[in-house]
Design a protein around this ligand. Structure first.
Ligand SMILES: Nc1ncnc2c1ncn2[C@@H]1O[C@H](COP(=O)(O)OP(=O)(O)O)[C@@H](O)[C@H]1O
Ligand SMILES: [Mg+2]
Length: 359
């Protein structure tokens, strides 16, 4: 059996216990449960940290769906919490942001062509700069599907490259560039110097962030997946890339697991359970030094704070067989049933006592 005692604890407790942690990335293939898991992690972290911010960098934002509350690009307090904030940022830069005359746009697009991803990198850096000034004790990223996320993590390197390129151009051509931009009717305010200044202003943030992202005391990456071939394959690719970027990862969440103890009659489900078991075994074999948390596939979606909270106990205690299991909702239902029985009994007793007094 896979869950033997030599394996690291099968929960995310290690993340909650690591007090030094500042950046928690949550990533994986589309639809596996990144938003659900990052939202729950942020709720759990908010219990043990002074303030937590969850940021969605997925263009298909769904923090709003998960929490059933609208979020924007400024951090907003999540309803029902006093220290959990959420924001949704668009990683695709709006070029209008830059402002200025046409010449500036063309200079910028020139630069973007020279260094692919530089505009996106700059808006990401600007966002990080902003977030750093806000003083949250922990920041959780609900990232976009894998390819996108890895690009995001390369941004610091991209920006440094861009800066170096600008510097070398500047030293090569001296004032020629700015003369040219003036010639084309670009004000100094928006010319090459302005871009250079903006890039340089970012440099410090980039260096800082780069160092922080590579520091396992400060940063970790949580891989979310499902027990299927493509997801296993993608997880392995992700783990390898993260290792290449020197970004720490030691938690895997396997979502949508159909557990054996579910009373399954359906042939289809039984076949899927066998398939899942095959990939679960492979996950345990490949990642025996990881904290692997398994989450059950629910019959319904996980939306709204209450549903997220109810699902969160699977993050803290490994799955239990159904006989000893109960979701928070089931327990609450049982408690309210018991309360009803107690109050009925009390009413009955009162009636009896009144009857006795009369007698
Ligand atoms: N274990 C689960 N059981 C049932 N539904 C789930 C489970 N995990 C996630 N979902 C639902 O699946 C959908 C996709 O999950 P989401 O977290 O948005 O994925 P991602 O962010 O990776 O695209 C959502 O509607 C979510 O409520
Ligand atoms: Mg999502």
């Amino acid at each position: 059996m896979a869950d033997n005692q030599d394996l690291p604890e099968a929960t995310v407790q290690n993340i909650l216990d690591q007090e030094s942690l500042k950046w928690v990335f949550v990533g994986g293939k589309g639809g596996v449960g990144k938003t659900t898991c990052s939202s729950i992690l942020s709720i759990l972290l908010a219990r043990v940290r002074s303030s937590v911010l969850i940021i969605s960098t997925d263009p298909a934002h769904n923090l709003s769906d998960a929490f059933q509350q609208r979020f924007t690009k400024t951090p907003t307090l999540v309803n029902g919490f006093n220290n959990l904030y959420a924001m949704e940022v668009d990683p695709n830069v709006e070029n209008e942001d830059v402002g200025g005359p046409e010449g500036m746009d063309s200079l910028f697009s020139e630069l973007s062509n020279a260094i692919p991803g530089i505009d996106e990198a700059m808006s990401f850096a600007e966002m990080l700069k902003l977030v750093q000034t806000m003083d949250y004790s922990c920041i959780v990223f609900d990232t976009a599907p894998t390819g996108h996320t890895l690009r995001l993590l390369q941004f610091p390197a991209t920006l440094e490259k861009g800066l170096a390129k600008m510097m070398s151009l500047k030293s090569k051509f001296g004032g020629l560039l700015s003369q040219m931009s003036r010639l084309f009717g670009v004000d100094d305010e928006f010319g090459e110097d302005a871009i250079l200044g903006r890039l340089e202003g970012m440099k410090e943030v980039i260096e800082q962030v780069n160092k922080q992202f590579k520091d396992p005391d400060l940063t970790t990456f949580v891989c979310v997946c499902i027990p299927e071939f493509l997801s296993l394959y993608e997880t392995e690719r992700l783990v390898q890339e993260l290792t290449k970027f020197e970004i720490d990862t030691h938690n895997i969440i396997i979502n949508q697991v159909i557990f054996e103890d579910e009373d399954v009659e359906s042939k289809l489900l039984k076949a899927r359970m066998r398939m899942q078991q095959k990939y679960l075994d492979q996950f345990y074999m490949l990642y025996d030094d990881f904290h692997i948390t398994k989450l059950p596939l629910l019959p319904e979606e996980v939306t709204g704070v209450e549903a997220l909270k109810a699902f969160s106990h699977h993050f803290l205690s490994p799955y239990q067989p159904s006989s000893t299991r109960g979701t928070v909702e089931e327990l609450e239902q049982r408690i309210s049933m018991l309360k009803q029985q107690v109050s009925d009994a009390e009413a009955e007793l009162e009636k009896l006592q009144k009857g006795k007094e009369k007698v």
